[in-house]
Design a protein around this ligand. Sequence first.
Ligand SMILES: Cc1cc2nc3c(=O)[nH]c(=O)nc-3n(C[C@H](O)[C@H](O)[C@H](O)COP(=O)(O)OP(=O)(O)OC[C@H]3O[C@@H](n4cnc5c(N)ncnc54)[C@H](O)[C@@H]3O)c2cc1C
Length: 394
Amino acid sequence: MSEQPEALATLRGTLRAWLAAHRPADWRDAATHEQFVASQRSWFAQLVGAGYAIPHWPAQWPGGGRSLAEQKVIYEELARADAPRLLLSFVSTYHAFATLHECANDDQKARYLPGILEGETWCQGFSEPGAGSDLAAVRCRAERKGDVYVINGQKVWSTMAQYADRCLLLARTSTEGAKQAGLTYFLMDMKAPGVTVRPIHQIQGDEEFAEIFLDNVEIPVSERVGEEGQGWAVAQATLSSERGLTLMELGYRMRGALSRIAALIRDSGRADDAGVLRDFGALTGQVDAVCALADQFLENRMKGVERVGDASIVKNAYSRSLRAWSALGVRLGGIEAQTIAPITYGDLNSGNWMADFMNSYAWTIAGGSEEVQRNIIAERMLGMPREPKNWVVA
Ligand SMILES: Cc1cc2nc3c(=O)[nH]c(=O)nc-3n(C[C@H](O)[C@H](O)[C@H](O)COP(=O)(O)OP(=O)(O)OC[C@H]3O[C@@H](n4cnc5c(N)ncnc54)[C@H](O)[C@@H]3O)c2cc1C
């Protein structure tokens, strides 16, 4: 772990050379979901082997224990090389890791953390029809019967659930008292009897997420994280990884993807068009701001400083600039950019501008909608009144 400029330059040089030799150049060519999954698994295994998959894990893990400065170098170089994002594994390496690391017991950590590096895929089963922004409204029931909990209910929008081996499950064990107090957190085997997964087909051809139906699924008590009724607190550990590292990685990815806009400007002969250059300049500034905000957020968090609303600012800045990036791509890309490819993968930089533009709206919802983030900033950060008392409706 180092912050020294020489050590960072060495890391950058080594990784750049490794990527030149190993980055799969054909990752956008997957014509079927099976090909996509196979290429994702192979790329993850290569990154794990080379020590670049889990820089944010502790030092006892291969490739772990990296400083924030080193992690930034890794994200920058992966973006610069146009390497595929780990769409199949990010819930495992970020969300599942954060939850297990911070909240699980030693037995659970020993059973599940090594599996992640061997390619076991996790999904997150929080949202339900009727419980998204209001996550505490989760209705999926978990009833204790001896040594097991019996689960009944439905989850929705669960990223990559159709390929997942395990699920981070939030379920209701009690309807008494505050909604949050009745929630309990489980590690669920996705192959258990009673689990049915139905992928959701999206407008841009992808099937990024799925519904999960749970019909008398038995989860052993040993797979509960924390005590009964502590699920809300455990869920915050899962969600905090999404609000931190994921956004930093995505910010750097988008900065790398600015080169695709630059190429469009060059190729379309508009390098002298003042209007186009103005828009590109504005976008560059916006993307730089996202990276700086994400950096600052994580640096502060590592010092134990986190103001309510900080993560919401990063999240909204990211989703706004993602939309601006893909909209500019659609505008500059001519007629080709107006058509949608039959199948694309990814929430950024899929290679099809229209698919990326459509998908950019997903980020105004995922991880907490833009409106809800604005409420947090307005009410809890700026102290604005929830229900203005002096409003006059004409
Ligand atoms: C790409 C993607 C991936 C996802 N992956 C996962 C996953 O892996 N696991 C998982 O559990 N979930 C996942 N989700 C679900 C996501 O967390 C929810 O979609 C999100 O929390 C919003 O909940 P909802 O869809 O129920 O919308 P609702 O909460 O019903 O909101 C509908 C609309 O009402 C607005 N709204 C709601 N409440 C308020 C309020 N108080 N003030 C102002 N406006 C409000 C919202 O902004 C939104 O526009 C994913 C979503 C997306 C888009």
